[in-house]
Design a protein around this ligand. Structure first.
Ligand code: ATP
Ligand code: MG
Length: 415
C-alpha cells in the first residue's frame, strides 16, 4: 500500500478527549474516528487490525467444530419477554419501535435469538451437539462509554453458543471452547490470564473470564505465581484461600473474553427441547462463549507501546514492513524502494510504502506511531553504498544491510 494515497490521517498532538494510551494512539495513528459517544468509524488501518483479530478467532472457532452464522442486529422484544430479560436487562438495552408500533431492540447479545433458531430446527438428540457462532456488531447503551474501543456502545463481538442433550455433554463442549480460547489468546501474542468467574448457582469450574494484563485494566486479578489459581479480586477470599499470600500476585486486567455454562437458563423458559434417546423430552443444555473483538485491538495496544507510538505484535500488525523513502523526488531512491516493495509483496509480506513527498522527520514519527514491526529506510546517502537501514520497531535495533540481501535477511523474521 502506497502511503501517499492511503487514508490514514495521523495526528501530531494528543487528542484531549483520550484518557488511555490505546484510545490516544488509535486516534493519532488514524485507525479510528469517533462518530458520537461510544460509536466509531474504523479507518483502513483500524479495520485491517480488527480483521486480523477476527480471522485468528474464526480459524480457531472453525477448528473447534463451531459453525459460523450471522444473526440480525434488530431483535423482536417478544423473544426477550419469553426469558424475562426485557425487564432485567435495563437501560443498556436500546429499544426501538417499527412503523407498526411493534417493539424491537438492538442486540446486545443473542441468547434469545439463537435459542429460538435452534428450538425451531432441532428436534432430536441425534442433531446434537451443535456449536454456532457469529462475529457481529453489538449495541449496549453503556452508562459510561469510555476509553475508545475498550468500552464502546457499538462494538464487535464473537459470540458462540453450544447446544447439548445433557449437562455432562454441555460440560464437554465448555471444555472444548476453553481450550480453543487458550489457543486464540496465545496466537494473538498477548500476555493473558484465565480467571475463575462467578458461576451463580451453577457451581464448579464452569465460568471463566479471560483478561489481557495491562495497567489500565478495569479489573484487579489475583493469581498464584506457582500454580493455576487465578480470580477476579471480587471473588478472592483471603482466608479460605489455602495458597500462602507471598505466592499471590495482583495485576490489572482487561476482560476480553467470558465463557459460561448456561445449562437451561434460556432453553427452559423458551421450551427448547429435544427428544432424548430414551424417548423423553429433554431441555437443551447450553453454553455461551464471548470475545470482545474490538476490545482486543485496544487491549493489544495497552500492552504494546512506547512514548513514540504503537508496537504491533507480528500477528496483529496492519503491515509487516514499512518502507520509508527519504527522498521521494530522487529517481534512485524511488527505483530502489519500488524494487524492494515488489520483492516484499512477492514474498507475501503486507507492506506499507511511505512514498510521500514530505520531510524525513514526519515520516519517521508516523512510522513509529503506526508501529509496524519492521522499518526499512532508504535514502540518498545509504544508496551510494547500496545500503538500506533496517529497524526493529520493538527493540529499536538498527542494522545497515546491502540492498540485495534484504529480502533474504527477512526470511523467518517478519511473520
Ligand atoms: P464488562 O464487564 O466489561 O461490561 P460484560 O460482562 O458485560 O463485560 P459479556 O457480556 O461477557 O461482557 O460480553 C463478552 C465480551 O464482550 C466481554 O468479555 C468484552 O470483551 C466484550 N465487551 C463487553 N462490553 C463491551 C463494550 N461495551 N465495549 C467493547 N467490548 C465489550
Ligand atoms: Mg457489561
Amino acid at each position: 500500500m502506497r502511503q501517499s494515497s492511503y487514508f490514514a490521517p495521523t495526528l501530531k498532538e494528543n487528542p484531549a478527549e483520550a484518557q488511555v494510551v490505546s484510545h490516544r494512539l488509535m486516534l493519532r495513528a488514524g485507525m479510528i474516528r469517533q462518530v458520537t459517544s461510544g460509536i466509531y468509524n474504523y479507518l483502513p488501518l483500524g479495520l485491517k487490525v480488527l480483521k486480523k483479530v477476527e480471522n485468528i478467532i474464526r480459524e480457531e472457532m472453525n477448528a473447534a467444530g463451531a459453525q459460523e452464522i450471522l444473526m440480525p442486529m434488530v431483535q423482536p422484544l417478544e423473544l426477550w419477554k419469553e426469558t424475562g430479560r426485557d425487564a432485567k436487562y435495563g437501560t443498556e438495552l436500546l429499544r426501538i419501535k417499527d412503523r407498526h408500533d411493534r417493539d424491537f431492540c438492538l442486540g446486545p447479545t443473542h441468547e434469545e435469538v439463537i435459542t429460538d433458531l435452534v428450538r425451531n430446527n432441532v428436534q432430536s438428540y441425534k442433531q446434537l451437539p451443535i456449536m454456532l457462532y457469529q462475529i457481529q456488531t453489538k449495541f449496549r447503551d453503556e452508562v459510561r462509554p469510555r476509553f475508545g474501543l475498550m468500552r464502546g456502545r457499538e462494538f464487535l463481538m464473537k459470540d458462540c453458543y453450544s447446544f447439548d442433550v445433557s449437562i455432562d455433554n454441555a460440560k464437554k463442549s465448555y471444555e472444548l471452547m476453553q481450550k480453543s480460547y487458550h489457543r486464540i489468546f496465545n496466537r494473538l501474542g498477548l500476555d493473558w490470564r484465565m480467571v475463575y468467574a462467578d458461576t451463580g448457582d451453577i457451581g464448579g469450574d464452569y465460568s471463566h473470564e479471560f483478561h489481557v494484563l495491562a495497567e489500565t485494566g478495569e479489573d484487579t486479578l489475583i493469581f498464584d505465581t506457582d500454580g493455576d489459581y487465578a480470580v477476579n479480586v471480587e471473588k478472592h477470599d483471603a482466608d479460605t484461600c489455602a495458597i500462602p499470600s507471598e505466592r499471590l500476585k495482583e495485576a490489572k486486567g482487561i476482560e476480553v473474553g467470558h465463557i459460561f455454562l448456561l445449562e437451561g437458563t434460556y432453553s427452559a423458559p423458551m421450551n427448547a427441547n429435544v427428544l432424548g434417546d430414551d424417548g423423553k423430552e429433554a431441555t437443551i443444555q447450553m453454553g455461551c462463549y464471548g470475545i470482545g473483538v474490538s476490545r482486543i485491538v485496544a487491549a493489544a495496544i495497552e500492552q504494546n507501546y512506547d512514548e513514540k507510538g504503537i508496537i504491533w505484535p507480528e500477528q496483529l500488525a496492519p503491515f509487516n514492513i514499512h518502507i520509508i523513502n527519504l527522498r521521494a523526488k530522487d529517481d534512485d531512491c524511488n527505483n530502489a524502494c519500488e524494487k524492494l516493495y515488489s520483492q516484499f509483496k512477492e514474498q507475501n509480506y503486507d507492506v506499507l510504502y511511505d512514498d510521500r513527498d514530505i520531510g524525513a522527520g514526519q515520516k519517521f514519527s508516523d512510522a513509529d506511531l503506526i508501529g509496524c514491526p519492521w522499518q526499512c529506510t532508504i535514502g540518498p546517502r545509504g544508496l551510494k553504498d547500496s545500503i538500506a537501514e533496517w529497524k526493529n520497531r520493538r527493540t529499536g535495533e538498527t542494522t545497515n544491510l546491502p540492498l540485495g540481501e534484504i529480502p533474504q535477511a527477512l526470511v523467518g523474521k517478519a511473520a
